[in-house]
Design a protein around this ligand. Sequence first.
Ligand SMILES: Cc1ncc(COP(=O)(O)O)c(C=O)c1O
Length: 405
Amino acid sequence: MSTRRAPRPNARPATRLLHTGTAALTAGSGPVNIPVVRTSTVRFENSARHAELHHRRAAGERVASYGRHGLDTHQALEEAVADLEQGHRAFLAPSGLSAITLVLLALLSPGDHALVADNVYAPLRRVDQTLLQRLGITLEYIRPDAETLRQRITERTRLVYLESPSSLLYELIDLPLLAGIARERGIPVAVDNTWSGGWFHQPLTLGANLSIQAATKYISGHSDLMQGIVVVDSPALAARLARTHEALGLTVGADDAYLALRGLRTLGVRLAQHQQHALQVAQWLQTQSQVARVFYPALPDDPGHALWKRDFGGASGLLSFAFADADDAQADAFVDALHYFGIGASWGGYESLALRAAPERLREHSLWRDGGLDGRPVLRLHIGLEDPADLIDDLAQAFERLRGG
Ligand SMILES: Cc1ncc(COP(=O)(O)O)c(C=O)c1O
C-alpha cells in the first residue's frame, strides 16, 4: 500500500509548502524526499496499458508515457508549485525565458495582437523580434494602467502580459483592476511572478490566468540551476499549454526538478530573511546623499507601496537605486569597489549581487521616461543572506570611494 500525508484542506501556506508533492510511503515506509527519477524511456506492462496511457494523455491527463514528460520528481514539483500559486496545473520549462515563450506561443497565432506592459523582463522583446514578428503576431508595449489598457484592446487582442513589480524599477500594477478589464473582453492575463517567488504574491487569486516564474531565481534559491514554471488557472488553459509544451519538446532534467523542489521547501524562510535584509539596506540607501531614489515597494514612500501592501504578503531581496550625480563610469567603479556583491545577471540565490541596468533597457519603461530620472545610472542589487550590516559597510566604503575618499 502506498500513502501520502497530503496537507489538510485548511492547512496554511508554510505547511502546504512542505507537505505537497512529497514521497509516498510504500509498504509502510519511505524517504522524506521524493526520489530522483531519471529516465528517457517509460516501459509498460503490456500493449493495452501502453495504449491506455497514451489515450489518457491525449485526453489531457498528466500521464508520463515518455521520459520527456517527466516522471515522479517532475510531477511532485509541478504539484507543489501549482499549490503554492493556487492554480490548476503547472508546466516546467528549461529556463524562465522558455516558460515565457511557451505562454506566448501557446496563446498567440498569426494575426493576433497582445498587449505587453512596457516594464517587463526585457528579453521578452527578443522573443518578439526574432520569433513572433516572423509569425505575424503583434506585441504592443503599453504603460500598464487601466486607461491605456482599455484604449489599446482591439478585436484581435488575445493576451495581456504583465509583471508586478516590474523588472529593474519594481513598479506595482493594479492587477485586479487590469485583469478585470481583460476578463470583460475574454482575454487571458499572464503575469511574471518571479520577484515574489510565488510566496508573497499569487496573481491567479487576483484575476490573472497564468503565472510565470523563473524558478532559476527564488524557487531554486541557490544559483545552481536554470528552470521556468508556468501555472494556469483552468483545465482549458492547461490543454492549450500542454499541446504547445509537447510540440516544443520542452523538458527539464530530473536532477534539476529535484533541486528546484528542494529549494522550494525553504522558500518561505529564505524570503523572510531576504526581505528583512533588503529593507534594512533600502532604508539605509535612502539616507545616502549619493542616492537620488531607491526603488523598493516595501518602502513607505514608494509610489507602489499601497498596492504592494494590498496585494503582496512581503517583499523579496531585489531592489534598485538611482545615483544622484554619478556618471556610468563612476557607477561601474562603485560596483567594482564592492567586496561582497558579485557582479552578475541573475538573482534569487543566497548571495548578494550588483549590476548596473543598461540605459536602453530603462528607457523602455514609461515610468523611467516620464519620471525625470533619465540619464542617471541605476544599480540593481540582490540582497542576499549575508549579515546586512556587512552589506551596508560594503556599500558605505564604495560610496566613500565615489566621493574620492
Ligand atoms: C523577472 C524575470 N523573469 C524571467 C527571467 C528569465 O529567467 P531565466 O534566466 O531562467 O531564463 C528573469 C531572469 O533574470 C527575470 O528576472
